[in-house]
Design a protein around this ligand. Structure first.
Ligand code: NDP
Ligand code: BG6
Length: 509
């Protein structure tokens, strides 16, 4: 793989959680694989008072704590952090008087001869994306005469349709769309990209991938953690904005899209956009029947007493922010007309798991006796995390007299590909920005269309106080009402376990 051109990566919000937990470990892994530019500098910016030396130490510790690489590589960490710098600044300083910062950055650029190439990463609270971007542009830093200038914007991109549109229009007023990389780290996950390969590299799936053979599609993204120390941010966001608007809808897009004409950035994103444009709007008056929201309450989980959401740090005591959401919707196009899509996500669920389940239709005529007399149908389960892999469930004859049929598993686990390292999502995405490849980043129109779909839900929750928010004990699968969404007698969500091949309400978590 090619190495990117020399550059400085400026991280706004460098003293925060994302930088320590994800960004710096990912950069260090890229360095280990020789995939960083020959001359590469990180300039971290935060409000906390730190010297560059303190910051280097903090980042070295972060790599040791959070890197998924298991080889001992102390020397490499030290050599990586040599070119890491810190600049203490409040947004106030950059919006009011950016010149000190600009001259510091340009000095670093000259010192390391990076040819004027800068990438700016917004790892700050979302309210700062706009003022920082505007100040960068005003200071001439988005001008590409002297080198490339790109900006990476973390999610959430806006708060609703109007704010998402506003942010797009402000950014478009000061830079070109191809300078903007809206990050959705789910698109950087190997297993999410493998969805494209599964669908479009294998001839057997495409003929079945439509309303004629598929009964319903289910996507779950469950987390066992609560809001931890992000209560302040999360309480004004909730699961709909934090997970559905971006990660879950992107998975819907890749599952439902038509085959792209190429792997070019616009070819894939055009097809995802068409899916978003075909989402059947849920009318405000239908929200209660199609969208279930919940909030975790305190509970004893495996001997540990877990707090309820309202007692978490930074959360309002009477908060009505949802920590769980499940939605039923349709995609109005020829491929998917009439096929329900069910998506759900939540914090403090029993286990951490993300998967896509394709439920195929049952056979038209039932010849055989099945286990417990119930009809079973084929399922294809694409496991995004953990125990990444693919599971196909189908019926087989039980050995012996008669024709007893048993549902069995055929499974592939990424871990079977011994010696192949699965790169972290941020590693892939940071490398792509450096290589100017925007395929795995959300485009302006995708983000706005996703907000448009969610707008009636946001409005209904805001305007109609009679729409319930259900409590669910921490460590359970969310409000029981989520099961009522699933159409069909005896049908329910799949209750996934830690291991891809097991499921059910009671299994290893
Ligand atoms: P943190 O609260 O941990 O960090 C925020 C950073 O922004 C800190 O460095 C903080 O500086 C800085 N900051 C805050 N206000 C100002 C200000 N007025 N002027 C200058 N700097 C400021 O947040 P996270 O790192 O968790 O999240 C950052 C972004 O990344 C958010 O938009 C979040 O949605 C997104 N994200 C985070 C993920 C994660 O795993 N953490 C995952 C996916 C997305 P200081 O602390 O020094 O005051
Ligand atoms: C982030 C959300 O985008 O994704 C977090 O802000 C969530 O609330 C996280 O925990 C989940 O990411 P992953 O990769 O752990 O599934």
């Amino acid at each position: 793989m090619e190495r990117p051109d020399n550059l400085i990566l400026v991280i706004f919000g460098a003293s925060g959680d994302l930088t320590s937990r994800k960004l710096i470990p990912a950069l260090c892994s890229l360095r280990r694989q020789n995939l960083l530019p020959e001359k590469f500098v990180v300039l971290g910016i935060g409000r906390t008072k730190l010297s560059s030396e303190d910051f280097r130490k903090k980042m070295s510790d972060a790599v040791r704590s959070y890197s998924e690489d298991i080889v001992p590589w102390d020397e490499q960490i030290e050599s990586f952090t040599e070119n890491v710098y810190y600049y203490q600044m409040d947004t106030y300083s950059i919006t009011e008087d950016p010149w000190l910062f600009v001259s510091y950055l340009n000095e670093l650029g000259d010192k390391y001869a990076v040819g004027g190439n800068y990438i700016f990463y917004m790892a700050t609270p979302p309210s700062l994306y706009e003022p920082i971007s505007v100040s960068l542009a005003r200071s001439g830093l988005m001008n590409q005469e002297k080198g490339f200038r790109r900006i990476i914007i973390e999610k959430p991109f806006g708060y609703d349709l109007e704010s998402g549109r506003n942010l797009n229009s402000i950014l478009h007023g000061i830079m070109r769309e191809d300078q903007i990389f809206r990050i959705d780290h789910y698109l950087g996950k190997e297993t999410v990209q493998n969805l494209l390969v599964t669908r479009f590299a294998n001839g057997i799936f495409e003929p079945l991938w439509n309303r004629n053979y598929i009964d319903r599609v289910e996507i779950t993204s469950a987390e066992s953690i609560g809001v931890e120390d992000r209560g302040g941010y999360y309480d004004s966001s909730g699961a709909l904005r934090d997970m559905v608007q971006n990660h879950l809808l992107q998975m819907v897009g890749l599952t439902a899209m038509e085959p792209p004409s190429s792997l070019g950035p616009d070819a894939i994103r055009n097809e995802v956009l068409k899916v978003f444009q075909s989402l059947q709007p849920i009318k405000e008056e239908d929200v209660a029947a199609n969208v279930i929201r919940g909030q975790y309450t305190s509970s004893l989980v495996r001997g540990e007493c877990l707090s309820g959401y309202r007692s978490e740090k930074g959360v309002e005591r009477n908060s009505r922010t949802e920590t769980f959401v499940a939605i039923k919707f349709y995609i109005n196009n020829w491929r998917w007309g009439g096929v329900p899509f069910y998506i759900r996500t939540g914090k403090r669920l029993p286990t951490r798991v993300t998967e896509i389940v394709i439920h195929f239709k049952t056979t038209p005529h039932h010849l055989f006796q099945r286990e417990h007399g119930k009809l079973s149908a084929n399922q294809l389960i694409i496991r995004i995390q953990p125990d990444e892999g693919i599971l196909f469930k189908f019926d087989m004859k039980e050995p012996g007299a008669g024709f007893n049929v048993k549902n069995v598993n055929m499974d592939f686990h990424y871990s079977d590909l011994a010696n192949i390292r699965v790169p972290s999502a941020y590693e892939r995405l940071l490398y792509d920005v450096m290589m100017n490849d925007s395929t795995l980043f959300s485009r302006d129109d995708e983000v706005e269309t996703a907000w448009k779909f969610l707008e009636p839900i946001q409005k209904a929750w805001e305007n109609n106080k009679s729409i319930k928010i259900f409590g669910y004990p921490a460590g359970t699968w969310g409000p029981e009402h989520a099961s009522d969404l699933i159409e069909g007698e005896d049908l329910d969500w799949r209750y996934p376990c830690k291991n891809l091949t097991d499921d059910g309400l009671y299994c290893e978590l």
